[in-house]
Write a protein that binds this ligand. Structure first.
Ligand code: AHR
Length: 501
């Protein structure tokens, strides 16, 4: 019997809402069609943003949105995306699918989108092909309130008031698509570029994110920190608030990747095994960060994570469009539990990507929209946002799956919110076995105030003709005896319990 004992007296770290963040790139049908359809579209919209998508994102409580890339960020020249739409540059998105980018979604549209969703802003600047002047002028354009050339330009383009940038990324994947740099070279560029990401209004600080490692490139993390570290306190002089990390799950490796819907049991376990690797990455990169930043002032920012499969047959391979099954629900549940459990160091994470690309929470086709299993998991987990991680002890967990891809049968995380309500999220990774679990709060009785589940056959997914095959449902397979909660978790499931005071 698996037993989870919760110590609600020991709050370990705050789970920043930003751990539940999202990412939207000018890639495939993420921005265009998926989010932005333009004011003249027949699809209901407000200032060009699809109303159905914005409503769904509001229900999800999206805390922060990263834009404009990804690899696109290091090719993006922001002045192409301001001013009258008819005069904006048209160009080819060489990185993603070779389609025409008409720049009709630019800086003003991004802030409008975040305003409609009600989320924080994370802008990713261009280091790979952009200049310091270009980056510095973009920050001035977005945030300067007084008399200046860029503030004047913003006003001429219809926005007198400055906006707020909550996070600013200084380049993206600069070890690869962002310029193929070596870590010490990038680290020097980081020092230089970030200098000109000026904070004009001390009431509106900008958190600066340094471009971090790909997967297990610990040498990158160490070198970048070494070069940016000044050896005299305060060692980072406030010029780095976050260091990023990117990790994608490719079930069959980078070359083959694997189908999003057609997989066997072994690939199910292989996928979850690879999702669990996030724990190792966060731990090891975190240990390097600890050696430079023991007080954990620099947040680990996992600003790209999720599954990356072979794109759907018949779609543009450069659009990265894929389906999303119960397997993705489990990847989301496992990964978010890992982030919660490492919330002393992980301060933001951004699922790649928000709509129609990779492990999207929303898929669209014309005027139709569906929520994916990943959406429903993120919705159930939203109670963790801003809550405190609680100390728990878990016993009796065995492994499941074939020898090479053995995974724990269950993973979990537990938090308490400001009203004293405890949220427990548990995943059953097994394809065929239900699991009996006892949940106990040490020293007191526990009552279930709400219980929800996302589950289904491992390949189950939503389509435009059957949008509700996998949804968040009420969960009733639990019993309370003498203050102990016994639950039976079906195979392939993600469960959320809310425990009252
Ligand atoms: O999310 C798709 C791409 O993956 C991003 O553009 C890039 O940063 C990463 O390699």
């Amino acid at each position: 019997m698996i037993r989870i004992v919760i110590n609600d007296k020991v709050k370990k770290s705050r789970i920043e809402p930003e751990i539940y963040g999202h990412f939207s790139e000018h890639l495939g049908r993420c921005i265009y069609e998926g989010i932005y359809v333009g004011e003249d579209s027949d699809i209901p919209n407000k200032n060009g943003m699809r109303t159905d998508v914005v409503e769904a994102l509001k229900e999800l409580q999206v805390p922060v949105l990263r834009w404009p890339g990804g690899c696109f960020a290091d090719e993006y020249h922001w002045k192409d995306g301001i001013g009258p739409k008819e005069t904006r540059k048209r160009m080819v998105n060489t990185h993603w699918g070779g389609v025409v980018e008409d720049n009709s979604f630019g800086t003003h549209e991004f802030f409008e989108l975040c305003d409609q969703i009600g989320c924080k802003t994370y802008i990713n600047g261009n280091v790979g092909s952009g200049t310091v002047q270009e980056m510095s002028e973009w920050v001035e354009y977005m945030t300067f309130e007084g008399v200046s050339p860029m503030a004047k330009l913003r006003e001429e383009n219809g926005h007198k008031d400055p906006w707020k940038i909550d996070y600013f990324g200084v380049g993206n994947e600069n070890w690869g698509c962002g310029g193929n740099m070596r870590p010490s070279y990038y680290a020097d560029l980081y020092r230089r570029y970030q200098t000109y990401v000026r904070v004009y209004d001390p009431e509106k600080p900008i958190s600066k994110i340094c471009g971090g490692a790909n997967v297990d490139d610990y040498h990158w993390t160490k070198t970048v920190l070494d070069v940016t570290h000044d050896h005299t306190p305060p060692q980072f002089h406030g010029f780095m608030n976050g260091l990023s990390l990117h990790y994608y799950v490719h079930p069959e490796g980078w070359e083959i990747k694997g189908s999003s819907t057609d997989f066997d049991e072994e690939v199910w376990y292989k996928t979850l095994f690879k999702a669990l690797y996030m724990d190792t990455l966060v731990t090891r990169h975190g240990a390097i960060m600890d050696s430079y930043d023991p007080d954990k002032n620099i947040g680990m920012v996992v600003d790209e994570w999720g599954t990356w499969y072979t794109c759907e047959p018949g779609t543009n391979p450069g659009f990265l469009y894929q389906q999303n099954t119960v397997r993705d629900a489990l990847v989301a549940g496992i990964t978010l539990n890992i982030f919660n459990n490492h919330s002393d160091r992980v301060k933001m994470a951004n699922l790649a990507q928000m709509v129609n690309v990779l492990q999207a929470v929303i898929l669209t086709e014309g005027d139709r929209m569906i929520k994916t299993p990943t959406y429903h998991v993120m919705h159930m987990y939203r109670y963790h946002q801003g809550a405190d991680l609680l100390e728990t002890s878990v016993s009796g967990v065995e492994t499941a799956g074939p020898d090479e891809w053995k995974v724990p049968e269950v993973t979990q995380s537990v938090s308490v919110d400001k009203d004293g309500i405890i949220t427990v999220t548990i995943n059953n990774l097994s394809t065929d076995e239900a699991k009996d679990i006892e949940v106990v709060i040490a020293g007191r009785t526990a009552d279930v105030a709400d219980a929800r589940i996302v589950t289904g056959e491992m390949h189950a997914h939503n389509t435009f003709d059957a949008p509700d095959t996998v949804v968040e449902e009420e969960f009733s397979d639990y019993r309370t005896t003498d203050g102990t909660i016994g639950i039976t978790l079906p195979p392939c499931s993600v469960v959320m319990l809310r425990l009252g005071k």
